[in-house]
Design a protein around this ligand. Structure first.
Ligand SMILES: [Zn+2]
Length: 874
């Protein structure tokens, strides 16, 4: 799966950390699970489903061929919200009817038979009915503008809502699917259609799909409606990108990306894509960002559909990354699957790491490696919180399993793989991946299988490295001495952002440390529990995270750090600058450096031509503005510094031109954004209002990357006319990028009357449940809108809550983590104590932790800010 696009866009924003962190930790469902017995092994499912889109129900006829390992008188499998009409079993030539008992809490059905079933093969025949629910999981109703669709989302534990099944990832089986649909509709499933016959009756036709290879139940998909597609082909595989008919013009970009990526992965893995076709389908209602169903990947519309002529660079990147993520899963996840959900990181960490690799190869001009170092910084910040968890963690119930889809399974596991690849070298690591996959085709595997394959292939202690990162929580900070006599001594201890927390002294890592000296370039050495030295050539320049790919924080003696700042633009690569910025901002939060130190480093990279470097730098500046500065005078001083530092850089870039590179376009928009918002630059605000007007009147006449930045500034300072115009875009546009962008902007108007309109609008029924929390989360991010939004949420709780799906409840709860005072924290705590949001206890814990972190940072750093203002800030 992939998290929703709007959440990952928040990730890039200054105050997104709380939102994204808890969002990823949010979804938990109140049900108990019990693992199924290993006595009954499913081998093949034959499924015929007839959805009734008007009645929102479906009927199912199913047979499951099972292998019974020892005689049994009952069979238990998973089923939820299923009504059984009849169940029979045929074993050893004898058919008998079953008694059916349901256990709602365990989401199980038990079939009991009069006569014991002998060991050997048996076939279960099941007639049942189910509901097309509104909960965006199982077999559910997705509502387009003009009609309904019947679609599926099964990961992790919801296939059981569509068909009775042995719904655990290790019970791999083959699936022969038949869908009976209305005459004017089509259907998409994992395999290609092998027969399309009229009937039953005049109004239906019957679509039979090719039997799948062995796969897990959570990867099965059925999608019914009037989808239309663009088609292409890559390495002999038929590729389609599909949508509702009104949006099919936005599908060709996805076809181009998928064609490239399929060929790239075939070469990388050395294992050809295993199915005959690959469909990518955008769905109107979809809770996650995307889902890697084998051969039939489903997407939120904003994560797949794009007008490649007018889209912003950021949207193009996001769509390409999500496509590459889900396609990586076709190998990592679908072809080879984790044995159990405790190792979901094998899927998600790998897809997170791999998506970047494929898109970097397709678009070198996007500087994906720099984006990745920024992601590693954010992951290190998340993992430096006391409530972080280990990558591999116990997860037995659906509630526990759902909570595994978080920033640790994705971001940290991806960062760990990146650091190991960097240590082994790309080709050695690739061979290890190939060997691992080849050993488990159509099967299941564990963490040990993965690092065992890498250890055997490389002859290096990958098992030790990965164990220390996968089965213990948190991250190390490496503290280096002054280099002397050809060596540097290193101490390692667990790093926490909060200076009040004392790490357990015994915790140690086995880590590859790749460092850089000006004289001799790069060198990687293994730091073990016992070792405390690196051999380095003589000289004073020493940077401890070459390429910015290591999973640790670094702390240097003052003179070494001063040399790094002095050489930041000449001796470090852009990714290394981003890594250094992340280290320094972490040091500020941990009270080992001051906000003034950080601003000096930002000043040293202010002329950097790379969008990602400047963007990472100003993220910290934004936090100083929003979270450290506490009085109008302090904010004004930070604003003045922003103008002084960045206005000349924007002027140097000059007006936008057709020949600008992607990074120049994004850099200009970023400078515009920071100057117009936290910088309060009057000239930029006026210009933004101009550009916004032109962009709304004729989107093709303005570079979209700039258009989005201008609209954000214009909305902050906007009037009713602009609000009306944006609302119209939201209601009438068929372009998901523009539509969702407009919705998000509505919550950024600072005029209280307009903000009130935006908040009313979000609960008016005009906004899909999948997006309902967007406006609240956006309004909760900014100082100017937060108090009003929070009052609104409390005063209109019934209406707000009615809109929340499980995951969106988590988004809303975690948005309160943007507060920064004791009284607000206490109010958040007491409100949610009496207004429970399903499955959001972890989101609330993280929000409170984030508020406490802000209070602590403000207490410690506000005096430093005052002092900085008194001296350099003048
Ligand atoms: Zn995924």
């Amino acid at each position: 799966m992939k998290i929703p696009a709007f959440a990952s866009t928040l990730r890039a924003s200054m105050l997104g950390a709380a939102v994204i962190t808890s969002f990823l930790l949010a979804a938990a469902r109140p049900a108990n699970a019990q693992r199924l017995s290993q006595t009954i092994i499913p081998e093949h499912y034959t499924l015929t489903l007839t959805p009734d889109l008007k009645a929102a129900t479906f009927t199912g006829v199913e047979s499951i061929e099972v292998n019974i390992k020892e005689p049994v008188s009952s069979i238990t499998l998973n089923a939820a919200e299923i009504a059984f009409q009849s169940v029979t079993v045929t074993a050893a030539g004898k058919e008998q009817k079953a008694e059916v008992a349901l256990d709602k809490d365990k989401e199980q059905a038990t079939f009991t038979f009069g006569d014991k079933l002998p060991a050997g093969r048996a076939t279960l025949s099941i007639h049942y009915t189910g509901i097309l629910n509104n909960e965006l999981r199982g077999f559910y109703l997705s509502k387009g503008d003009h009609r309904n669709y019947a679609v599926t989302q099964f990961e992790p534990t919801d296939a059981r809502r569509a068909f009775p099944s042995f719904d655990e990832p290790a019970f791999k089986a083959t699936f022969a699917v038949t869908l009976v649909v209305d005459r004017g509709d089509t259907a998409i499933s994992n395999g290609p259609i092998v027969a399309d016959t009229p009937g039953p009756g005049d109004e239906k036709h019957t679509l039979k799909f090719l039997t799948t290879p062995k796969m897990s139940s959570y990867l099965v998909a059925f999608l019914v409606g009037d989808f239309q597609c663009s088609a292409g082909e890559s390495d002999g595989v038929a590729i389609r990108v599909c949508s509702t008919p009104d949006k099919v013009a936005l599908t060709p970009y996805g076809v181009d990306v998928a064609k490239y990526v399929l060929n790239y992965y075939n070469n990388y893995f050395g294992i050809p894509y295993p199915l005959k076709k690959l469909d990518l389908i955008a769905l109107p209602d979809f809770e996650a960002g995307a889902m890697e169903n084998f051969g039939a990947i489903t997407y939120r519309e904003t994560d797949l559909l794009i007008d490649s002529k007018t889209a912003s660079v950021n949207s193009k990147k996001q769509v390409a990354l999500v496509i590459a993520h889900e396609m990586a899963h076709q190998w990592f996840g679908d072809l080879v699957t984790m044995q159990w959900w405790n190792n979901i990181w094998l899927n998600e960490g790998f897809a997170t790491w791999m998506e970047n690799k494929a898109v970097a190869a397709m678009h070198p001009e996007w500087n994906i490696d720099q984006m990745v170092t920024g992601d590693v910084n954010r992951t290190l910040d998340l993992d430096a919180q006391p409530t972080t968890r280990t990558i591999r963690a116990k997860a037995d119930t659906p509630a526990e399993i759902n909570q595994m889809f978080d920033g640790i399974s994705y971001g940290k596991a991806g960062a760990v793989l990146l650091s190991v690849e960097n240590y082994l070298g790309e080709e050695t690591f690739r061979k290890g991946v190939h060997n691992y996959l080849s050993a488990h085709l159509y099967g299941n595997a564990t963490a040990e299988d993965f690092w065992g394959a890498q250890t055997a292939t490389s002859n290096k202690p990958v098992n030790k490295i990965m164990e220390s990162l996968v089965i213990q929580p948190g991250e190390p900070v490496l503290t280096f001495s002054l280099p002397s006599d050809g060596k540097v001594s290193v101490t390692q201890k667990r790093f926490f952002l909060s200076p009040g927390i004392q790490p357990e002294p015994a915790q140690k890592w086995t880590l590859p440390v790749c460092f850089k000296t000006a004289e001799n370039g790069e060198n990687c050495q293994l730091l073990t529990h016992e070792s405390s030295e690196l051999k380095v050539p003589a000289g004073s320049f020493f940077f401890a995270n070459a390429r910015g790919k290591g999973y640790y924080r670094s702390s240097y003696p003052a003179s070494v750090y001063a040399a790094l700042v002095a050489g930041v633009e000449t001796k470090l690569t852009p990714s290394e600058r981003i890594s250094l910025l992340g280290d320094e901002w972490a040091q500020v939060q941990a009270n080992k450096a001051t906000v003034g130190d950080y601003l000096n480093l930002v000043a040293a990279v202010k002329t950097d031509p790379n969008f990602e470097v400047v963007s990472n730098a100003v993220n910290g500046v934004g936090q100083i503005y929003q979270r450290v500065a506490n009085t109008p005078e302090e904010k004004a001083a930070v604003s003045a510094w922003i103008r002084e530092t960045f206005a000349p850089q924007l002027a140097k870039l000059g007006a936008a031109s057709q020949s600008d590179s992607a990074t120049t376009r994004e850099l200009r928009a970023k400078l515009f954004d920071v100057l117009g918002n936290d910088g309060k630059d009057a000239a930029v605000i006026a210009q933004a209002q101009q550009i916004a007007k032109q962009y709304l009147a004729d989107p093709a006449s303005v570079d979209a990357t700039m258009g989005h930045a201008a609209l954000t500034i214009a909305a902050h300072n906007g009037d009713a006319a602009l609000f009306d115009a944006l609302q119209k875009v939201f209601e009438t546009s068929t372009n998901p990028e523009l539509q969702e962008g407009a919705l998000r902007l509505l919550a950024q108007f600072q005029d209280p009357a307009l903000l009130q309109r935006a908040l009313d609008y979000s609960v008016s029924g005009m906004v899909r449940n999948q997006d309902a929390a967007i406006e609240f989360a956006v309004a909760m991010r900014s100082d100017e809108t937060r108090d009003q939004a929070w009052k609104y949420i409390q005063n209109n709780w019934m209406k707000v809550q009615a809109q929340l799906t499980t995951e969106m409840g988590g988004v809303l709860v975690s948005s309160t983590g943007n507060f920064c005072s004791v009284s607000d924290r206490d109010q958040v705590q007491s409100f949610f104590a009496t207004h429970k949001v399903d499955a959001s206890s972890r989101a609330l814990k993280h929000a409170i932790e984030h508020i406490d972190g802000c209070i602590e940072m403000r207490t410690l750093q506000e005096p430093n800010l005052k002092q900085w203002i008194a001296t350099e800030g003048k």
